[in-house]
Design a binder for this molecule. Structure first.
Ligand code: HPA
Length: 274
């Protein structure tokens, strides 16, 4: 079975469950934002393990399901739980859901995540609109035979992060009185956090944040011509910046602390990103 045939089966299954008609956007909820899906109206939940060909998430605290319905008057499909390279999935598997969304006819992708802050002028708890990214990892989700039905073999990456969506996000932040940063996200494979030298490298290369997700999905979306917006919650300073060790608890704690403002911002963006 080809990738396209699999994607069609996944798409058909989801459509059977959630119904036909245009979906305004797909939203990937990162650490700390998962609860947002619980406030979706007329929600239909679809567990990943019920969807043919879908990978199934293993990280504790990450739910593995789609929640489809209405949020801020828009029809959305949310991923509660995403697939990470560090879990052992290939990058192809990590982006499978995004490719499914495209086959479902969804044109907008809103990615959120938790990330480490490498910009020393910023602070844990800051939110960052992703303006661009850096991926030095050799692998690509589009490595291998090109699925021509989805997009071209060689594709442009000069406007992955949609300029108009970023304007919408800035306006939404102002409306919600939430302070946002704008910056470059650099992908690391994880699961280990970066070393201080890697964080210095990231900063020298022009990154403002480091994280273990989001870039593969954005690459796949760009391949298919989807409009992509990304917002990071900078949950901790990158390794070596402060005289303290990094741990997952700090990531969760900061995520919890800024959850209300992050949620308000995401909602306002969903309402206004047309
Ligand atoms: N590094 C990579 N990923 C992360 C971090 C970090 O410091 N914090 C949250 N996700």
């Amino acid at each position: 079975m080809t990738l396209i045939e699999k994607l069609r089966e996944s798409s058909d299954y989801i459509r059977n469950r959630i119904g036909d008609g245009p979906v305004d956007m797909a939203i990937v909820l990162g650490s700390g934002l998962g609860d947002l899906a619980d406030s979706i109206e007329n929600a239909v939940t679809v567990d990943y393990h019920d969807i043919p060909h879908f990978p199934v998430s293993t990280v504790p605290g990450h739910k593995g399901r789609l929640v489809a319905g209405t949020l801020e008057g828009r029809r959305v499909v949310c991923m509660q739980g995403r697939f990470h390279y560090y879990e052992g999935w290939s990058l192809q598997e990590c982006v499978y859901p995004v490719q499914t969304f495209n086959v479902m006819g969804i044109g907008k992708l809103f990615l959120t995540n938790a990330a480490g802050c490498v910009n020393t002028s910023w602070q844990p708890g800051d939110l960052m609109i992703i303006t661009d990214h850096i991926k030095l990892m050799g692998d690509s989700p589009l490595r291998g035979q090109n699925p021509d039905e989805l997009g071209p073999r060689f594709f442009d990456m000069s406007s992955v992060w949609d300029a108009q969506a970023r304007e919408t996000a800035l306006a939404a932040a102002q409306k919600c009185a939430v302070n946002v940063r704008q910056g470059v996200y650099m992908l690391f494979g994880g699961p280990q956090f970066e070393t201080p030298a890697e964080v210095r490298l990231a900063r020298i290369l022009g990154a403002d944040a480091v994280g273990m997700s989001t870039v593969p999905e954005a690459i796949a979306a760009s391949h298919m011509g989807m409009k992509t917006l990304g917002i990071s919650c900078l949950t901790n300073m990158g390794a070596g910046i402060l005289d303290q060790k990094l741990n997952h608890e700090e990531v969760l704690e900061t995520g919890e602390r800024v959850k209300a403002s992050f949620t308000a911002l995401v909602r306002e963006i969903v309402r206004t990103w047309i």
